[in-house]
Ligand binder design. Structure first.
Ligand code: NI
Length: 391
């Protein structure tokens, strides 16, 4: 089976590179993946899959029917690009000024399509059905929710996914047991004091000074009251307030992001932050409002599905082609939304060039070594074939 998958993928490789370059030069922003979705649906239909468009607004679902089995495997890839102006200088660089596939979702879509192509050409019926999910709007952490709402996870018993990773070389697959990415939430705090003359602070309540204390106290409290083995990152990235140099500000707005890995810690953070903000404001007679918006939860890879990916990658590429990832990332990924409904696992696909500097994800010069596409397709297709026997 593995040899057959590798041969098929190798034969398809030039076509897959063509697909990836087409997607790369025609990037679309989150929620507007109309052409990408139509293109994906076309390829899936030509492989004989049962295709449904408009799932999760702009998403596409394709089913490759297998034998009757209670268990249905889903394979999820995302399709959206970023509002970044590409500066790679490649022949197939973005033709949309200000929009770029800088997070490799063009590669993910290609891996999803390649897997469907390979498995539909195997010449044998799989032990169960595979549902391919082509998701929009990952970058704004909305698309997975849209897909789930439209029934994408109905009857699904396991889900696999992939994300490119430039610091792992192409040809290598990264496997992570446990937490892969962080929970990412948004924080908005408004501090309301009382305005006054800059020379008469005792007659006013200085919202700028109190905001400074809120920020400092939050950062210090993380190091003194949060379990250091359960990391929390709180970044206030934007602060607005005040009207003039000699007028005491009555109003300061702080905007930030909060990242955490441990589900219990994530659950406790809103109340913990509010308690600190309340106590600082109360001490100085200010009022506040706090808006804590839950974003994406942490991606927690399921053990047995991670073992499935690990075993498939091991057999396909040997020990040199597999890297066990030791640390999670504090980035966010809305694959976690599916994991609230079904167990799943996401692997990292190395796309780095071995002989030159690799720009990070979301960089205007981000590039991938396209040899990785074959690695991704074979790993995904082979893991999928083994699912009904092993996971
Ligand atoms: Ni991404």
């Amino acid at each position: 089976m593995l040899t057959q998958i590798k041969d098929l993928a190798a034969t398809l490789a030039p076509r897959l590179i063509e697909i990836r370059r087409h997607l790369h030069s025609h990037p679309e922003l989150s929620g507007q993946e109309f052409q990408t979705a139509a293109y994906v649906a076309g390829v899936l239909s030509s492989c004989g899959l049962h295709v449904k468009e408009g799932v999760g607004k702009v998403g596409v679902v394709g089913e490759l029917l297998g034998q009757e089995d209670d268990r249905l495997l889903a394979i999820r890839t995302d399709m959206d690009a970023l509002p970044i102006h590409e500066r790679t200088g490649l022949d197939f660089a973005s033709r949309q000024p200000g929009i770029m596939h800088a997070c490799g979702h063009d590669v993910h879509t290609t891996v999803g399509l390649g897997t469907a192509m390979v498995l539909s050409q195997l010449g044998q019926t799989l032990p169960g059905t595979i549902r391919f999910l082509f998701q929009p709007a990952e970058e704004i952490a909305q698309g997975a929710s849209w897909m789930v709402k439209d029934g994408a996870t109905e009857n699904v018993s396991g889900i696999l996914s992939v994300h490119v990773f430039p610091s792992i070389p192409a040809g290598v697959v990264g496997i992570r047991y446990g937490a892969l990415t962080a929970a990412a939430d948004d924080l908005e705090i408004t501090i309301m004091g009382e305005s006054g003359h800059g020379a008469r602070p005792h007659e006013a309540i200085d919202a700028v000074w109190i905001a400074a204390q809120v920020i400092t106290t939050l950062q210090q409290a993380i190091s003194r009251t949060q379990n250091p083995l359960r990391p929390v990152v709180l970044t206030i990235g934007q602060i607005n307030g005040g009207r003039a140099p000699n007028v005491i500000a009555d109003h300061v707005r702080l905007l930030g992001t909060v990242r955490s890995l441990h589900p219990e810690t994530s659950a406790a953070l809103p109340a913990w932050i509010e308690q600190i903000v309340a106590s600082v404001c109360q001490t100085h007679g200010a009022r506040y409002t706090l808006n804590y918006r839950r974003g994406t939860p942490s991606v927690q890879n399921d053990r047995s599905l991670t073992q499935l990916l690990h075993a498939a990658a091991d057999e396909a590429w040997g020990a040199q082609g597999v890297q066990i990832i030791q640390e999670p990332s504090l980035g966010a990924e809305d694959f976690s939304i599916y994991l609230e409904h079904v167990p799943g696992s996401m692997f990292r696909l190395g796309v780095g060039f071995r002989d030159r500097h690799n720009h990070p994800l979301h960089h205007p010069q981000f590039e991938v070594d396209e040899a990785a596409i074959l690695t991704g397709v074979v790993t995904m297709a082979y893991a999928a074939c083994r699912y009904w026997n092993e996971a």
